[in-house]
Design a protein around this ligand. Structure first.
Ligand code: AMP
Length: 601
């Protein structure tokens, strides 16, 4: 067993002495796809997974959108509901697999008309509206690259990503465009086409934009997917690091094997499932599991347009007969805050499997699931670079509350220690902390950071991919998250790079220097907090604080901007002049800093 206390990524110290939850696989539901962990791992091969998919007709390669949509139509499942969309005004729309096939064909034809070529980047900045899903899959059919942006990003994160991803096309809505893109068009010189959807269903007449809905109407329902090299770029997901600009992690069509395999084993998708992934496609979970994996399995996936709303969520579980639910720790903690009585007002006997990802899942949340939902919550772990779930509390395995679970079949994980002179050594003793490392070779492993080969190469040491997560493995092979090895922040499950926030703050004339950290917050996990020193002529005041918060929010958007700002006369720095975020964090959390040898004074 792991030690009885562990640090949890700045989330405070949690007790992990919750009893193991024993599972009776298949009780009250279908037999899990992975009923025997050891046997499935031993017999596993990626070739066998490939055989469960079809490939493009006439051996023309492997295309994610074909596997997700057209394949089911070809097998006579065209009338099955693929996507049930629930709008914020109470309306709903259903798309069968054949509807999706035709709509995504239209979108692919539209890209063809615009002379968008294979490998060109198509960015999508939308709230969760049907056009987002159609654009994503249509882009993949056309062999262009789907690059999602989170709709709560502000103009800076948007332009930064579109520019560094060489975006030629942007699909967005009128409101988002007017607020976050139109005033910045002059700094987006390579963006050629903006395809707009009007939120109210009206026609688009904005200069420099095209009316997506009208253009789609003029397109044909038929489109032949061209030969698709499984190693060709399909998805570009931006992720943040400690320093520098966000990095575009490249994923290829071959990743579909991982989406399929994890949908089968980690989410246990079965033919008749109604699956709901609450993640927004602006983040990797919302694409891999909010679009691709459920469609691959031919299940009905739900998309709910509005943001979190406790009673609404419970009623969706009940009324939509959700069977498999994939959500996130922040959402679960928000439900916990609303109380068990609210949970008990709803009935969802069809619900058989609940999983969560993105940040540490408190053991008490796992247990809360049992009491409030009647089911424990299965934590799992992965990251943008891995493209799919790597470690999970699998349906047939006992749950260790607080643990991320065990590696999926086809995945080899270990704990390593970086050596001073370079290189790494594996930590073989149980319960010892180190960095989580993965053996490269799974199909959805990222193939590069766009335009940043050196940074990509640094991720690999002695034949292992290093995740920058600190973790432990217990004697039974369960992995336990300890924290991040770097300074990135996880707030409400969203990965935020402190550098991006600091850069926006120092654009304000009052700010001389900024240091940004994540501070523990019971619901969000971490909250973005900025420490700033001021330029001569500026004095700390509540009014200036409000102004700086407003400035950051306008530039960065609500998802990224700091929630708190503190004034400092001077920020702690290393002797080489780098702001020591770790010291700011240690001061804030009352922890002692282990190594202060590089501190300036
Ligand atoms: P992202 O690339 O935005 O998906 O963020 C990936 C990071 O989120 C990981 O490297 C971890 O730091 C964190 N993370 C994801 N899943 C978990 C989990 N189950 N427990 C703890 N941290 C997690």
């Amino acid at each position: 067993m792991a030690s009885s206390m562990q640090e949890n990524g700045g989330f405070g110290v949690v007790q992990d002495n919750y009893p193991t939850i024993h599972k009776s696989p298949g009780e009250g539901g279908p037999t899990p796809n992975l009923a025997d962990y050891e046997a499935t791992r031993a017999a596993f091969s990626w070739d066998k997974i490939r055989e469960e998919l079809d490939g493009l007709p006439d051996n023309q390669g492997l295309n994610i959108a074909y596997e997700a949509v057209d394949r089911h139509v070809a097998k006579g499942q065209g009338d099955k509901i693929a996507l049930r969309w629930l709008g914020k005004m109470g309306e709903s729309r259903e798309f069968s697999f054949d509807d999706l096939r035709r709509q995504t064909n239209r979108f692919a034809n539209l890209l063809q008309t615009l002379r968008i070529a294979e490998g060109d980047r198509v960015f999508v900045l939308c709230t969760r509206i049907p056009e987002l899903y159609i654009a994503a899959l249509g882009t993949l059919k056309h062999r262009a690259v789907f690059c999602p942006l989170f709709s709560a990003f502000g103009p800076e994160p948007i332009s930064e990503r579109v520019n560094s991803g060489d975006g030629r096309v942007l699909v967005t809505t009128r409101r988002l465009y007017e607020k976050k893109v139109a005033p910045y068009r002059d700094i987006l010189p390579n963006l050629e086409f903006v395809l707009l959807v009007d939120e109210e269903g009206g026609a688009i007449d904005l200069p420099g934009t095209l009316d997506l809905v009208r253009l789609m109407q003029a397109q044909s329902d038929e489109y032949t997917i061209g030969p698709t090299d499984p190693e060709s770029m399909a998805l570009l997901h931006f992720t943040s690091g400690t320093t520098g600009k966000p990095k575009g992690a490249i994923h290829v069509h071959q990743a579909v094997l991982m989406h399929y395999m994890t949908g089968k084993y980690a989410l246990d998708l079965h033919d008749e499932d109604i699956f709901w992934c609450t993640a927004d496609p602006g983040w990797v979970t919302g694409t891999s599991y909010g679009i691709i994996a459920p469609l691959l399995h031919g299940v009905t996936m739900l998309v709910d347009e509005p943001d979190f709303d406790g009673p609404r969520w419970y009623s969706i579980l009940q009324e939509q007969h959700v069977t498999v639910w994939y959500t996130a720790p922040t959402a679960i903690r928000m439900l916990m805050k609303l109380g068990r009585d609210l949970a008990k007002q709803y009935n969802h006997p069809q619900l058989r499997f609940v999983a969560s990802v993105g940040e540490p899942l408190n053991p008490e949340a796992v247990v809360w699931g049992q009491k409030a939902l009647g089911l424990p919550i299965h934590d799992n772990w992965w990251q943008t670079e891995t493209g799919g779930i790597m470690i999970a509390n699998l349906p047939a395995l006992d749950i260790r509350p607080g643990s991320m679970g065990r590696p999926l079949p086809g995945v080899t994980a270990t704990i390593v220690r970086r050596l001073e002179g370079g290189g790494i050594e594996e930590v073989t003793a149980p319960d010892e902390e180190g960095e989580l490392a993965l053996k490269p070779g799974w199909p959805s492993m990222f193939r590069g950071y766009l335009h940043n080969e050196a940074r990509y190469n640094r991720c690999f040491v002695d034949g292992w991919y290093l995740t920058e997560d600190l973790a432990k493995r217990d004697a039974d092979g369960y992995f336990w998250f300890v924290g991040r090895a770097d300074d990135v922040i996880k707030s409400a499950g969203h990965l935020i790079g402190p550098f991006e926030v600091e850069s926006a703050l120092i654009e304000h004339p009052a700010v001389a220097e900024a240091g940004v950290i994540g501070v523990p917050e019971p619901t969000l996990g971490q909250m973005v907090k900025a420490f700033v020193s001021l330029n001569p002529g500026y004095e700390p005041s509540e009014a200036l604080k409000r102004e700086l918060l407003g400035h950051a929010r306008k530039r960065l958007g609500a998802a990224v901007a700091p929630k708190e700002i503190a004034f400092e006369e001077k920020l702690p720095k290393t002797r080489s002049g780098k702001i020591m975020r770790r010291l700011l964090k240690a001061r804030e959390t009352g922890e002692t800093l282990r190594d202060t040898s590089t501190l300036e004074d």
